[in-house]
Design a protein around this ligand. Structure first.
Ligand SMILES: NC(=O)C1=CN([C@@H]2O[C@H](COP(=O)(O)OP(=O)(O)OC[C@H]3O[C@@H](n4cnc5c(N)ncnc54)[C@H](OP(=O)(O)O)[C@@H]3O)[C@@H](O)[C@H]2O)C=CC1
Ligand SMILES: O=C(CO)COP(=O)(O)O
Length: 325
């Protein structure tokens, strides 16, 4: 039996994938309403309305029930991963980290957080261009699954992959994680461009220059370039920078239309991870001397330190430079 920790849209969609060949899946959700809806109506009406779930997906509100599972897909918002893993039953069950972000308090990538919270547990990362509603509907999707131990990666792939959910293996755990974390911040920037009506040229420029920032940060933090240009980096960047289905893009669009980030954040129940990643990523980049002007601009917009016109002016007046740098 596969365990899923987190009853949001993505945890629910992954539970549906894992259960699609009759396998039993046990999903832990914090909210009793989500547990009841999954067990009673086979639907997560709160976070993934409209997707009828397989009968072999069951939900629980008690983390202790996950002790019976052979692997846990960890799908909480990044900032809550540590506390949930610490509260989960003690075991050395493999963890597949499916969340995208950087822990704000420690500045740590999530695989470091998981190792600290569960010493001894094998850790893998699953990441890529994956809107939850499309995955739940069985539409073709491809992801990267990264683990240092190739045996672990194959064990996990054999339990999760399906014909319409293709899994490409990698041993670059940091690379798979960094792409997913950084692209959320860049998707906010692309949403701002859309909301402010700055045009499609500007959006393409931001994707390309944003990718340069992702690459600089990734290479300085142990990622490999081929991972960053793959599904979990460039693939996910293109997806989330191009669609209002992305919560991060939509948040940016609202900011571009003139609403305050604080107001937009207080209105939402679903998570836009880029809003939590941007400040810590900007801080890490500054500490490490890595140039990330787009990320820094998003952090300023979110904190209210600057408005859209001011960050635009700042970005456009940067001194000319060589493209490859
Ligand atoms: N949605 C998507 O398409 C994709 C999302 N992801 C990533 O998956 C992760 C989860 O996102 P997603 O499933 O979309 O989330 P949603 O926005 O759909 O739902 C929010 C989730 O946060 C949980 N939550 C809120 N507060 C807490 C808390 N204090 N402790 C634990 N859990 C809490 C909610 O649980 P509760 O029911 O208890 O309120 C709920 O599961 C994110 O890192 C996201 O970037 C990755 C790929 C695709
Ligand atoms: O990570 C995602 C798609 O790969 C989901 O993006 P959003 O969190 O911006 O909706």
């Amino acid at each position: 039996m596969i365990g899923v920790i987190g009853g949001g849209a993505w945890g629910t969609a992954l539970a549906q994938v894992a259960a699609s060949e009759g396998r039993e899946v046990l999903l832990w959700a914090r909210e009793p309403d989500v547990v009841e809806a999954i067990n009673g109506q086979h639907e997560n009406a709160v976070f993934l309305p409209g997707s009828k779930l397989h009968e072999t997906v069951r939900a629980t509100g008690d983390l202790a029930d996950l002790a019976q599972c052979s692997a846990w897909l960890v799908v909480t918002p990044a900032q809550h991963m540590r506390s949930v893993l610490e509260a989960a039953p003690r075991s050395e069950v493999p963890l597949v980290l499916c969340s995208k972000g950087i822990e704000e308090r420690s500045g740590s990538l999530l695989h470091h957080v998981a190792v600290e919270a569960r010493s001894g547990a094998p850790v893998a990362v699953l990441s890529g261009p994956t809107f939850a509603h499309e995955v739940a509907a069985g539409l073709p999707t491809a992801v990267t699954l990264a683990a240092e131990d190739p045996g672990l990666a194959e064990f996990l792939r054999d339990r999760i992959a399906r014909p319409t959910f293709r899994i490409y293996l990698s041993d670059d755990v940091a690379g798979a994680e960094i792409g997913g974390a950084v692209k959320n911040v860049l998707a906010i920037a692309c949403g701002v461009v859309d909301g402010k009506g700055l045009g499609q040229n500007a959006r393409a420029a931001l994707i390309a220059r944003g990718f340069a920032e992702m690459t600089r940060f990734g290479l300085a933090n142990g990622a490999r370039r081929e991972t960053l240009v793959g599904l979990s980096g460039m693939g996910d960047l293109v997806l989330t920078c191009s669609s209002t289905s992305s919560r991060n893009f939509s948040l940016g669009k609202g900011i571009g239309e003139g609403r305050s980030a604080a107001e937009l954040m207080s209105d939402r129940k679903t998570v836009a991870e880029g809003a939590f990643t941007a400040p810590v990523l900007a801080r890490l980049a500054e500490q490490m001397g890595i140039e990330m002007p787009v990320v820094a601009s998003v952090a300023k917009l979110l904190s209210g330190e600057a408005n859209v016109d001011e960050v635009l002016q700042e970005l456009l007046s940067r001194p000319p430079r060589a493209e490859a740098h």
